[in-house]
Design a protein around this ligand. Structure first.
Ligand code: NAD
Length: 331
C-alpha cells in the first residue's frame, strides 16, 4: 500500500486555504495547516494546525518539515480598498513570505510546490475598457501590473520558475480570477466585491433601508469563480505535469451592477444604488480559459447564480447575527 501523502497548506486560516484543507482531507491526505490565525468561521479540518509567521525563514522551515507537497496560499491581501492603499506593506510582507516559504520547501526536500498568483499580474494597459478581451497567460509580458500586489505576484511566479529550473522542485503557478464563496471575509475592509455586495444587499433587506453604495459607476467588469471550483482546480493542477503559470477562473464577464442585480434577485429584495467615489481597480477583466481546458481537461462548473446563492445565504445569516448582537448590546 502506498504511503499517505503529506501536505502543507499555508494561509490555512484564510478563505481559500480553509476550503482547500477540507478538500484535501476528503481526498484522504494528511494535512498540516499554518497561518497567523485560525479560520474565522469554522474549525480547521487539518491534522495539525500551527500558528506561524511565514515571513520568517526559521518558521517556514518548521512549517515545511516532513511534507511532500506545499500549497502556498499565505498572503497579506484583501479587496481593492486594501490593495490600492497598502503598497509598501503588501510588497514587504508578501515578498518575504514567498521567498522564505519556497526556500524552506526546497531545503526540506518537498517534491511539489503550488504558488497562488493572481489576475492582478496582467498589464493595466490591457484592461482599460469594460468590454475587455479575455486575458491569456502570454499577455503577462511586457509587464505593467496596476499595483504592488501584482508586481510581487509576478516576481514570485519567476521565483518558482527559477527554483524548478535550478533545483528541480516541481513548481505549479495558478493565476486566480476573483474567487468568492461562503466562509470568507465579508466585512472590515478586506472583503472583495461579491462578499461586499452580498453584505450590502442583506443589510438593506434586513433593515428595510434599500439604498446601497457602489464604488464608481458599477460598469467595471469582472468574472467570478466559486471557491469549490477553485480548490478542485488547484489540486488538479498540482497533480498535473504543467509547470507554466495558468489562469483559474470563470470566463463569464459581468458588470458590478449586474452582480448586484443577481444578488438582489436571490435576496428577493430590490435595492436602490448610490454611486460614490472609491477604488475600482482596472476597468475590465476576464479570464481566457483556453489553456485551462487544454491542460486540465476541466474548467469551473458552478454558475455565478448558484455560487452567489450559496454565498448570499451564508452572508445573510452572518449579517442577521451581527444585527441581533448589536440590538442586544443596545438594549
Ligand atoms: P485570505 O486573506 O483569506 O488568506 C490568506 C491567509 O494568509 C490569511 O489567513 C492570512 O492570515 C495569512 N497570512 C498573511 N500573512 C501571513 C504570514 N506572514 N504568515 C502566515 N500566514 C499569513 O486570502 P484568500 O482569498 O484565501 O487568498 C489565498 C491566496 O490566493 C493568496 O495568495 C491570494 O493572494 C491569492 N489570490 C486570491 C484571490 C481571491 O479572489 N480570493 C485572487 C487572486 C489571488
Amino acid at each position: 500500500m502506498s504511503e499517505q501523502k503529506r501536505i502543507l497548506v499555508t494561509g490555512a486560516g484564510g478563505f481559500i486555504g480553509s476550503h482547500l484543507v477540507t478538500f484535501l482531507k476528503n481526498k484522504g491526505y494528511w494535512v498540516r495547516g499554518v497561518d497567523l490565525k485560525h479560520p474565522e468561521f469554522t474549525e480547521s479540518d487539518a491534522d495539525e494546525f500551527e500558528i506561524l509567521d511565514m515571513r520568517r525563514l526559521a518558521q517556514c522551515l518548521e512549517a515545511t518539515s516532513d511534507v511532500d507537497e506545499v500549497y502556498a496560499l499565505a498572503a497579506d491581501m484583501g479587496g481593492m480598498g486594501f490593495i490600492s492603499s497598502n503598497h509598501a506593506t503588501i510588497l514587504y510582507n508578501n515578498s518575504t513570505i514567498n521567498l522564505n516559504t519556497l526556500e524552506a520547501a526546497h531545503q526540506n526536500g518537498a517534491k511539489r510546490y503550488l504558488y497562488t498568483s493572481s489576475a492582478c499580474i496582467y498589464p493595466e494597459f490591457l484592461q482599460e475598457e469594460a468590454d475587455v478581451k479575455p486575458l491569456a497567460e502570454e499577455d503577462a509580458y511586457p509587464a505593467m501590473p496596476q499595483d504592488a500586489y501584482g508586481w510581487e505576484k509576478l516576481v514570485s511566479e519567476r521565483l518558482c520558475m527559477h527554483y524548478r529550473e535550478d533545483f528541480g522542485i516541481e513548481t505549479r503557478t495558478v493565476r486566480f480570477h476573483n474567487i468568492f464563496g461562503e466562509k470568507g471575509t465579508w466585512e472590515g475592509g478586506r472583503e472583495k466585491a461579491p462578499a461586499a455586495m452580498c453584505r450590502k444587499v442583506a443589510t438593506a433587506k434586513l433593515t428595510g433601508e434599500p439604498e446601497i453604495e457602489i464604488w464608481g459607476d458599477g460598469e467595471q467588469t469582472r468574472s467570478f469563480c466559486h471557491v469549490d471550483d477553485c480548490v478542485e482546480g488547484i489540486v488538479r493542477l498540482m497533480d498535473s505535469d504543467f509547470h507554466e503559470p495558468i489562469n483559474l477562473g470563470q470566463d463569464r464577464m459581468v458588470t458590478i451592477n449586474e452582480l448586484v442585480d443577481i444578488i438582489s434577485e436571490i435576496a428577493g429584495f430590490e435595492v436602490t444604488r448610490k454611486h460614490i467615489d472609491g477604488p475600482q481597480g482596472v476597468r475590465g477583466r476576464n479570464s481566457d480559459n483556453t489553456k485551462l481546458r487544454e491542460v486540465l481537461k476541466w474548467e469551473p462548473a458552478i454558475s455565478l447564480e448558484d455560487g452567489l446563492k450559496r454565498t448570499y445565504d451564508w452572508i445573510e445569516g452572518e449579517v442577521k447575527n451581527s444585527l441581533n448582537k448589536k440590538a442586544a448590546q443596545g438594549s
